[in-house]
Design a protein around this ligand. Sequence first.
Ligand SMILES: NC(=O)c1ccc[n+]([C@@H]2O[C@H](COP(=O)([O-])OP(=O)(O)OC[C@H]3O[C@@H](n4cnc5c(N)ncnc54)[C@H](OP(=O)(O)O)[C@@H]3O)[C@@H](O)[C@H]2O)c1
Length: 262
Amino acid sequence: MTGRRVLITGATSGLGREAALQLAQRGCRLAVTGRRLDRLQETASLIRERGGEALPLHGSVSDPLDVGSHYDEVRRAWGGLDWALLNAGVAVTQEGGTPQAQDYRRVFETNVFGVVHWMEAVLPDMIRAKSGTIAGVSSLAAYRGLPGSGAYCASKAALNTLLESARVELRGTGVRVVTVCPGFVRSEITDRNDPEEMAFFLETPAGVRLMLRGIEQGEAKVFFPWQMSLLVRYLLARLPDWLYDRVASRRSMKWRECRSRH
Ligand SMILES: NC(=O)c1ccc[n+]([C@@H]2O[C@H](COP(=O)([O-])OP(=O)(O)OC[C@H]3O[C@@H](n4cnc5c(N)ncnc54)[C@H](OP(=O)(O)O)[C@@H]3O)[C@@H](O)[C@H]2O)c1
C-alpha cells in the first residue's frame, strides 16, 4: 500500500477516520473529507503523526461544486487516485410512520448523491489509467426495510444497486467497484443506539480492519461481521413478509420503548 493515493470521504469520525489512520500507518497518501473543519484538521494531524501524507478537503459530498474542487486539488497534488473509499453517510430515525421528505432528501443527498458525485469526478481518470478501486460504504440495513429507518435503508439499498450497475459496466476496464456492508460498528452513528440492541457489535479498529482486508482481497462485496451478515442476508432477507412484519414490528415497539426511556 506504500505511496498509494487514497481518498476517504467522511474521515472526521467513525469508520472513515479509523480507515485513514490504519492506511497512514501503511504509508498511504490520504485525501480526507468532512464538513467539521476542526475534526478534519485533527484527522490530518493524526495521519501525519503516523507518518502518512494528508490532504484535508473541507466540504460536503452533497455539493457537486465542493466535490469538483476537491478532486481538482487531488489531481494537482498527486495526479489522480488509486482508491476512493466513499464512506460519508448519515442516518436519521423517523417515528410515526409518515415519511418526511426533508429527511429522505438529506439522507439521499449524502448517502447516494455523495457517492455519485465522487464517482462522476474520479471515474474518467481511473478508466483512462485502466486502474483504480471505488469502494462504497453501504450497510447490511440495505437488505430489509427496518422500522424507523426507511430513509436510511432505502438510501443504502439504492447505493447497493447503483454500485452493482457500475461494477458490471466497468468490468474489463481495470477499475474495481466494491460494495461494503458493515453491521454494527462503534461510531457517532451507533453511539446514539442502545448497546443491547446491537448484535455482534464491533469496535471501530476491528471493523475497519475487516473492511480494508475485504477491499484489498479483491472481493466485490465485503460483509462484516460474518455472524450479522449471515443473519441478515440468509435469514432476515429470506423471511416471508408475513413473518418479517411480525418480527420487525415487535422490534420496533421495543426500540420505541428504549428511546422513550433514554
Ligand atoms: N457504524 C455502523 O455501525 C455502520 C453500519 C453500517 C454502515 N455504516 C456506514 O458507514 C459510514 C460511516 O459512518 P460511521 O458509522 O463511521 O458514522 P460517523 O462516525 O457519523 O461518520 C460519518 C462521517 O460522514 C461524514 N459526513 C456526513 N455527511 C457528510 C457530508 N454531507 N459531506 C461530507 N462528509 C459527511 C461525517 O463528517 P462531517 O459531519 O464532519 O461532515 C463523518 O465523518 C456511513 O456511510 C454509514 O452509513 C456504518
